[in-house]
Design a protein around this ligand. Sequence first.
Ligand code: GDP
Length: 311
Amino acid sequence: MKKSASVFVAGHTGLVGSAILRKLHSTGHTNIITRTHSELDLVDQRQVRSFFNEHRPEYVFLAAARVGGILENQRYPAEFLYQNLMIASNVIHQSYVSGVRKLLYLGSSCIYPRLSEQPMREEFLLTGELEPTNEPYAISKIAGIKLCDSYRRQYGCDFVSAMPSNIYGPHDNFDYESSHVLAALIRKVHQAVTLGSPSVRVWGTGTPRREFLHSDDLAEALLLLMEVYSDLGPINIGSGTDLSIKDLAEAIGRVIGFDGEYEFDISKPDGAPRKLLDISRIRELGWHPRISLEDGIKSTYSWFLNHSSEL
Ligand code: GDP
């Protein structure tokens, strides 16, 4: 990717897209194209077609998606399936039609079977039942991988798919209901400290294990993939270690200075028991995570404090 190459970052206001944008800027890229949701609705085929006809980007990072935490996925299964299928179909097809040199598609570790052997290797895709709480989202992401693979096979397009673990960082969604766990617990613990509450409510049993990766580490991996990687199927990106939700809550509590209790609300779903990615392939390409979970929670908490009035 030349520094002057035109690069379209789809989803640049989100957690992952904004990290890609920061990385492109800091590495000297000068021709970055972005559109907000209201300027370009990626679900709308006609809008996507005319955008690609007009701008003809050379590189595309497809980080736009309808996303949310476990409850949001359960509440809006139709939106998660429909919108993500449309975004993937529209952007991947128009990238082929307009001759994009390379496209990087973002998925998620929920594409792997619910009771997969751990850590999960790329070849475990489609070897078992998916986790029901996010099956529609996972199916849309698997369809996106297959679109990339099919356009590569049939038309020789250089389209690749990256599967990150649970991502967190600046520009995350900190809403109580629709967010993912790390951002949600930062907000809940912060509120408990502010109000002097004796306890924080954590959804589920606290026993599921998750692997967290900071969005800046992810962005570094994605730029590397754009440079050096061309292959079929997904490639995993994670931190290589996981912890229980209870341990995560306690880690957040230590950073924020909360010494109360955690109550586990078992009326809320646990989701998959464990989702740890095998990251041997991306490590072989020379990438490794740099930001420890503790440092990442600290910097994300300070971002939250600086932006809490806008959230
Ligand atoms: P998942 O990785 O797709 O299951 O997505 P989430 O990040 O939404 O949830 C991860 C785990 O954290 C699940 O077991 C949730 O039940 C648990 N969890 C605990 N407290 C919360 C919370 O306040 N919000 C969310 N989203 N999850 C929570």
